[in-house]
Design a protein around this ligand. Structure first.
Ligand code: LMR
Length: 334
């Protein structure tokens, strides 16, 4: 007679036999996606959306691990980590490709080069965008998509309504020579600094001010440590979603197809929310009441444009006159 104990033993043996009959599931391919901003930004939300869709469209063959807020790497390190294969995917801002030796991307940093998102998209969705990506290939990097963030505002602890107000201010910038030239043109002192260090630098007075789209300022609470801001929209900040080329080319074809589908949808999503996220962040900072916001009058705007115009000429040699001309042709601002 089967006792309760022998029944339990039989059930255990049956379970073991069944497990042995099912081939061990292959380990998912892990994609580490590192970035430096908060999860509730356009880029952070785009990365989360990609994670969800990539796992769905590859039937779990891929496991995307998103590391926000510089948890894994800061700005400069993350590009090195990608080239070494320590992470597989990033979305650095377009201002951060100069140190990699691809200075053409700094064209996106030229002051007032895009009149708005539509003009920007003629570049990122067109031939110029593809041409820029082709320049990454011999660095071991493949460009997959452009993700929008937004147009930058300036902040400082003193009023900054006119270019003259910048004289001598220490301003944090990303690692772009064009942004360095921009701050120099305003008479400010540019300081390159990793994004993760900006809040503390503003708080302790290591720098006086900075520039960023509202979504980045708000989610890092920069408005809590900046008394003034000007809605200057003087430049654009957005991203290139990039992968380690060797890793990408080595993926099984059906997996890569699933990831491409996921990325196309995540890109539509991220670019669809960017403007609204920035509008909401700007309003939230205004509502917080810790920063006095200044809107430029037409005369002030003209003064900013005039002060910053020489940067285009000055940086043509670095960016490449052809790249600048291609961007201006695409946007119709020749
Ligand atoms: C910055 O460093 O200010 C930005 O590039 C951060 C980001 O990734 O948006």
């Amino acid at each position: 007679m089967l006792t309760r104990r022998s029944l339990a033993a039989l059930a255990g043996a049956a379970a073991l036999a069944l497990a042995a009959a099912v081939p061990a599931l292959a380990q998912p391919i892990v994609i580490k996606f590192s970035h430096v901003v908060a999860p509730d930004t356009p880029k952070g939300k785009g990365a989360t959306k990609f994670e969800e869709l990539a796992e769905k469209y590859t039937n779990g063959a891929v496991d995307v691990e998103v590391y926000p807020n510089s948890q894994l790497y800061k700005d400069k390190e993350e590009l090195e980590a990608l080239q070494l294969g320590a992470v597989q995917m990033l979305a650095p801002s377009l201002a951060k490709f100069g140190p990699l030796g691809v200075q053409d991307f700094e064209v996106f940093d030229l002051p007032y080069i895009f009149k708005g998102y539509d003009a920007l998209h003629t570049v990122t969705n067109g031939e110029v965008g593809k041409m820029l990506f082709s320049k990454l290939e011999d660095k071991g990097i493949k460009g997959l998509a452009y993700w929008d963030n937004g147009f930058k505002i300036m902040s400082a602890n003193s009023p900054i309504a006119t270019p003259d107000d910048f004289l001598g201010l220490k301003m944090r910038i990303q690692s772009s020579k064009v942004l360095e030239a921009e701050m120099n043109a305003l008479g400010a002192v540019p300081q390159v600094m990793a994004f993760s260090e900006v809040y503390q630098a503003l708080q302790t007075g290591v720098v006086d001010g900075t520039e960023n789209p509202p979504s980045n300022m708000y989610t890092q609470k920069m408005h809590e440590v900046q008394k003034h801001a000007t809605v200057s929209n003087h430049g654009y900040l957005g991203y290139a979603v990039i992968v380690n080329k060797q890793f990408w080319d080595g993926l099984p074809e059906e997996v890569r197809a699933g990831l491409e589908k996921a990325l196309t949808e995540a890109t539509d999503y991220a670019n669809g929310i960017a403007k609204e996220e920035n509008d909401k962040s700007l309003q939230a900072m205004k509502d917080a009441g810790t920063t006095e916001f200044h809107e430029l009058t037409p005369e002030e705007l003209a003064a900013w444009e005039e002060a910053l115009a020489p940067v285009h000429e000055e940086m043509a040699g670095r960016i490449g006159a052809e790249t600048i001309a291609a961007v201006k042709a695409a946007t119709g601002t020749n």
